[in-house]
Design a protein around this ligand. Structure first.
Ligand code: G4P
Length: 539
């Protein structure tokens, strides 16, 4: 009894220590740079340049070395963990490249909060809009970091307006820039009431924050000059009348987003961001399953697969499945249930992730990510439990943007091709649709790059050859309807050439234009078409 009690409080402590989050941004806003600076604070790395950018270089479409390089990097940077002020912080990497947006969406199911990085000169960009939309759908708490304050950028008020309008957020600044670009002098930290001066010659170094009473403190005039001090006072007064006070509960519910300003490259404003983050960001949160809400502090382990990485060495086809722990303690060599397959599995060498390495661990806790070696059992969205039959919900699948028929180019290798396609789809590289009418297979992707990746990997890892054929599809719409109704039967009869099944056997309507969708909705009002599905965990 005694030991159980001890473990329980130990588990609670471990949960309270953890913050698992993702950084989202449009490419080039500074996600990699910020990540690196956060790791430096955690002492997880010693020098800048240690975090490799996961960016796809320009013109990479036909450069397979580049694709492999990217895969290598994304394994290494999938989870970056470090300790800071008694907290264990897990950063989940989210690819910025739009062709890998689906990967990012899935990773967002495993974070408890998000930091949105925005370039002060460019403002809100397309990819940020898309990703924030997904976070808003799930009410994920978000912090905003406005980056590159050392450059000329937009006026802070205009920028916050843009953030509210384009991203649909409600912001409140917790820090405020003193000047910008060439005039940039530092940051007034509203949250902690201090000033950090930006000294160009002290680049890369973090100066001590200078404590002040409030914005009227005459010390500010001494530090930045009377003119800048007065401008700051006016602006702060305006912010207090325009923006609401910070309210943690509203932030936690996704209703209010605090904003910080800084320059990741100059390591400026990053400590303020991190300190506020560990204070306000949520610890691992409960998660809904098809049966019930699962609380992190429950004794029994549960978790779900949000990412699968194929081995870089094509000769060894084992994969690494990334599992987010939702509840209890995950233990090495313990028997767990892969719910979808009703299969007991144990893992002799689960990996935990650190800043620049992975290591075998005996125990992991809610909020943590473990990497499990897998020979093809796992599928994205799978639930693992200590025995309970339940499935976590909420790994969505979005309509792809591109569609092509896939053909087998080597009849002797049909099996290899089928297996390869199957496994690549399990990894979430793309989506497979099988036409109802004739069984032809269609691959749907977010970006054109994936077709090359698939072709290359099928050949190199499975020894299969494929080619593609164009098909005119605008969107995949998941069909929600009463399949016994006369309306559905009529719909199925008229649209049979456009109906397919996804990998989970859900019915999909492959519409060739937005006009077709509108027409369909008018003609068949009870047949609902969705651009988003959730992976069904049960077969
Ligand atoms: P990403 O991961 O969001 O795509 O962006 P990344 O951190 O790679 O940053 C993109 C570019 O912006 C990099 O320059 C980086 O040095 C620069 N940058 C990041 N933060 C700041 C900042 O606070 N101020 C300024 N002035 N620049 C910043 P690059 O020239 O594209 O790459 P690199 O050769 O410097 O790595």
């Amino acid at each position: 009894m005694h030991s159980l009690k001890f473990n329980m409080s130990n588990l609670l402590q471990e949960i309270q220590k953890r913050k698992t989050f993702g950084i989202i941004s449009h490419p080039d806003a500074g996600k990699t740079t910020l990540t690196e600076k956060l790791l430096l604070f955690g002492g997880a790395i010693q020098e800048a340049g240690a975090v490799k950018s996961n960016k796809i270089k320009k013109g990479a479409t036909s450069d397979f070395m580049e694709i492999e390089r990217q895969r290598g990097i994304s394994v290494a940077t999938s989870v970056l963990a470090f300790e800071y002020k008694d907290h264990k912080i897990n950063i989940l990497d989210t690819p910025g490249h739009k062709d890998f947006a689906e990967d990012t969406y899935r990773t967002l199911t495993a974070v408890d909060s998000v930091i949105v990085v925005i370039d002060v000169a460019k403002g809100v960009e397309e990819q940020t809009e898309k990703l924030v939309k997904v976070c808003r759908m799930r009410n994920i708490p978000m912090l905003v970091f406005i980056n590159k304050l050392d450059r000329e950028g937009k006026d802070a008020f205009d920028l916050l307006d843009e953030v509210e309008q384009k991203l649909g957020l409600h912001v409140t600044p917790l820090s405020w820039p003193i000047g910008m670009g060439a005039e940039f002098q530092g940051i007034y930290n509203i949250w902690e009431n201090n000033i950090q001066l930006f000294l160009e010659d002290k680049k890369q170094k973090v100066g001590e924050a200078i404590k002040i009473e409030d914005v009227n403190d005459p010390k500010i005039d001494e530090l930045v000059g009377e003119k800048a001090a007065n401008a700051l006072r006016e602006e702060i007064e305006l912010t207090t009348s325009v923006y609401p006070e910070f309210d943690r509960e509203a932030y936690m519910k996704g209703d209010l987003q605090p904003v910080f300003f800084g320059s990741a490259l100059n390591n400026f404003g990053v400590r303020e961001l991190l300190d506020a983050f560990i204070e306000i960001a949520p610890m691992p949160q409960p998660k809904e399953s098809d049966k019930r809400i699962v609380e992190p502090e429950e004794e029994k382990f549960s978790g779900f697969v949000f990412k699968i990485h194929a081995n870089m060495d094509p000769k060894h086809r084992d994969r690494l499945a990334f599992v987010k722990i939702v509840s209890g303690t995950f233990k090495r060599n313990e028997n767990y249930l892969l719910v979808r397959e009703n299969k007991k599995m144990k893992f002799a060498s689960p990996n935990a992730f650190f800043a620049d390495k992975k290591e075998i661990v005996d125990e992991s806790f809610p909020g943590d990510i473990v990497g499990l070696h897998d020979t093809g059992n796992f599928r994205i969205g799978d639930t693992l439990t200590a025995g309970e039959v339940m499935s976590f919900r909420g790994i969505p699948s979005f309509s792809p943007e591109h569609f092509r028929f896939i053909n087998n180019d080597d009849p002797l290798k049909a099996k290899q091709l089928a297996k390869g396609i199957d496994q690549l789809m399990d990894e979430g590289v793309a989506q497979l649709f099988t036409m109802e009418m004739n069984g032809r297979k269609i691959i749907g992707t977010v970006g054109a790059l994936q077709y090359e990746v698939i072709q290359y990997r099928l050949e190199h890892e499975y020894g299969a050859k494929c080619s593609y054929e164009p098909i005119n599809i605008y969107k995949a719409c998941w069909v929600e309807a009463d399949e016994k109704s006369d309306e559905f039967k009529e719909f199925a009869r008229l649209r049979q050439r456009f109906l397919a099944r996804d990998k989970y056997d859900q019915l999909v309507f492959l519409a060739d234009s937005s006009f077709t969708i509108t027409m369909n909705q008018e003609k068949f009002p009870n047949i609902k078409l969705h651009f988003i599905s959730e992976f069904r965990n049960e077969d």
